[in-house]
Design a protein around this ligand. Structure first.
Ligand SMILES: *Cc1c(COP(=O)(O)O)cnc(C)c1O
Length: 391
């Protein structure tokens, strides 16, 4: 709303890489929690867990502070011997590698298929042959739901030793089963840029009641009863600590935002799919551009990212930025980062050649429900100009 005497802001001259959407009901929901006198983990968190479980079709959901802590809590709850080998794509977010290391284990890097940008069974089997894994983290890169059963088989692992990094996963499904619906351990993110933003937050979806109970205790120090339950009528001040936990709980303020956001998510997913169809049509046939090949047979993509491969990537990013179009890259591989090169060693970091190659060409274009068709047209014409100038 403009104030008297104030001139209209200049027309926004850039297309941001991402802008979080918030449902209209969010403000009222937050104020209600503030007025209720209970702001940390409590009734809203329990209600959000039920709402998100219903959305996914999952048996149990435990809300936590982030996807990164969700991954660490799941690894800890699996009680693997210290220093166990855990398979992970190198082409992933650093937090997912940190979770393995902080849980006391050893990441073993898996290469990706150049077409789908995720490890396929062949890449998983090759990594498992280098070092026999005790567990594996798989990732739904960009919102593409990987075939968890096929990857588990390729790794020689039971499904109870596979953790899904589903940070990009809400809204994705394979053969009609939503990501997280039948998982032993699927970890979601509600970080500001993700498909269902809260700002910060995460969740574990699991088919196993006992696993859910462990995560529920270890998200809050390992206390046998969280403070909300201790203050309920009939609650007691006593608690025990049976397994060491983290401080990784979700607050009721976050949970109330999440509940409001969930009501808008299906519409946002519809808009993402619409924008993707427009990109596919407008970008097809541009010189040098590779649209990642996606086997969409029986697959519902969550469209968290629109990733393409381009030649001369760094220069194109700078040209797009100069034209007012912000982009990003997902991801700088773990094998290129200083800390992991030191911890894992040069040989291990050299074991993912396809990742090394695509890492130089990856480009993520703006994709979010609030992106207007005009904004998207600007992205397309800036990218088309940069590519045509290179022939
Ligand atoms: C964002 C992201 C995470 C981390 O999520 P947080 O909720 O910020 O901890 C983990 N894995 C992938 C693939 C991500 O994109």
């Amino acid at each position: 709303m403009g104030q008297a005497g104030q001139t209209a802001p200049p027309e926004q001259s850039t297309v941001p890489f991402t802008v979080p959407s918030f449902a209209g009901e969010v403000s009222d929901a937050v104020v209600k929690v503030l007025d209720s006198g209970w702001v940390t983990t409590g009734p809203q968190t329990a209600a959000f867990e039920q709402d998100f479980a219903d959305y996914l079709g999952a048996a149990h959901v435990v809300a936590v502070a982030s996807c990164t802590t969700a991954l660490e809590l799941c690894l800890r709850a699996m009680d693997l011997p210290p220093g166990s080998a855990v398979l992970t794509p190198s082409l992933t977010f650093c937090g997912a590698i940190n979770a393995i290391l902080h849980a006391g284990h050893h990441p073993v890097l898996v290469d990706v298929d150049a077409g789908t940008l995720v490890p396929g069974p062949a890449e998983v089997a090759a990594a498992a042959a280098r070092r026999a894994p005790a567990a594996m983290v798989v990732q739904n890169q960009g919102g593409y739901p990987v075939d968890v059963a096929a990857l588990a088989e390729a790794a020689g692992l039971d499904r109870t030793r596979v953790i899904e990094d589903a940070a990009h996963g809400p809204g994705a499904a394979r053969d009609g089963t939503p990501v997280g619906a039948s998982s032993y351990a699927a970890c979601f993110s509600f970080y500001a840029t993700k498909n269902m933003p809260i700002g910060e937050g995460g969740a574990v979806a699991t088919s196993d009641q006992e696993f859910a109970d462990r995560i529920r205790a270890t998200r809050l120090h390992g206390m046998s009863k969280d403070s909300w339950r201790r203050y309920l009528p009939g609650g007691s001040w006593r608690y025990d600590v049976k397994n060491l936990g983290l401080k990784a709980n979700m607050t009721d303020i976050q949970a109330s935002i999440g509940r409001a956001q969930l009501t808008a998510l299906p519409e946002w997913q519809r808009r993402r799919a619409e924008l993707v169809a427009r990109y596919d049509e407008a970008l097809s046939g541009l010189p040098g551009l590779v649209l990642p090949q996606r086997d969409l047979d029986g697959v519902q993509h969550a469209w968290h990212l629109y990733q393409v491969l381009v030649p001369d990537r760094d220069a194109i990013i700078a040209e797009l930025e100069a034209a007012g179009v912000s982009t990003s890259v997902h991801f700088i591989p773990a094998s290129h980062m200083t800390a992991y090169r030191e911890i894992l060693g040069e040989e291990e970091c050299g074991a993912v050649p396809v990742t090394d190659r695509v890492a130089e060409e990856l480009l993520s274009l703006p994709l979010y429900p609030g992106l207007s068709s005009d904004g998207q047209d600007r992205v397309v014409s800036a990218l088309a100009g940069a590519l045509r100038a290179r022939g």
